[in-house]
Design a protein around this ligand. Sequence first.
Ligand code: HEM
Length: 293
Amino acid sequence: MESVARSQSAADPGASASNEKPLIYRQSRWTRLTHWLWAISLFFMLLSGLQIFNARPQLYIGKESGFGYNNTIFAIGAENTNVGPRGYTEILGHRFDTTGVLGWSGPAGQETSRAFPSWATIPSYYDLGTARVVHFFFAWILTTTLIVWFVASTMNGHLRRDLAPRLDDLKRLPQDIIDHAKLRFHHTREYNTLQKMAYGGVLFVLLPLMIITGLAMSPSMDSVLPFLNDLLGGRQTARTIHFTVMVLLVAFFIVHILMILAAGPINELRSIITGWYRTDPPAQDDKTTERSA
Ligand code: HEM
């Protein structure tokens, strides 16, 4: 197990800043490996998923869909207007003009009717079969990776030490929100409360929900886990939850990248690639940066 922790003075003797900003071993090889595997998997799953969505660009609530039902809550489409074809997105009955991006897009003069534009889908042209193969391939990689992450993180203590919520986290939450709003970051061994909430939300809520709703949509799962469909309110509702989770993961991703840029991208990237992280100078008699990784 990787449980090395050393200050920069041990890692890099003689460096002038060594005693001021210790370099500690923060991310184990399992955290790093699984992090990049799920980042790659989610990239391919997102783009192939949007291609699959394009085959039926509506979302419904309930067990049924089609003519005779009025349970559409989201739709992307195109319509003819007196200024030519326009793309639209409809959310809970409210229609927005999204020409050029959603509904009607493409190079000038060659626009076509498609829900998500070709630059946002894999493959870029309409091919449902290939999109499904890509989507399911990476879905299994993601699922396996999550299981490996969970087992490794339980065994090496990452889960208990870095992600498990503590009473202290709740007390620190207001200050944490203020610090984030002011873009004031503390580079310490521990995740702050908002990080714990965001990472915990992704790893224990969003990704498992994504996998469960994905399984519920598969007809072959009806015989293996027959209760799943009913539990989630039917296949159409499962599809709507699946799509909503995708939107939340994209939102997480945007905030995640912005926070990394704001907190110091070189240091943050080094930690998730090599494991080594430069912390703030320890306060007098503060030993927290010397803790074992
Ligand atoms: C869909 C893509 C991504 C997801 C779902 C994701 C999710 C996560 C999660 C859950 C963690 C915590 C892992 C743990 O403690 O076990 C994490 C950490 C981290 N991620 Fe990502 N990530 C994604 C993409 C990226 C990308 C593209 C970058 C770099 C540009 C990145 C940089 C980092 C860094 C630096 C950390 C460590 C943060 C810290 O130590 O404070 N992530 N990510």
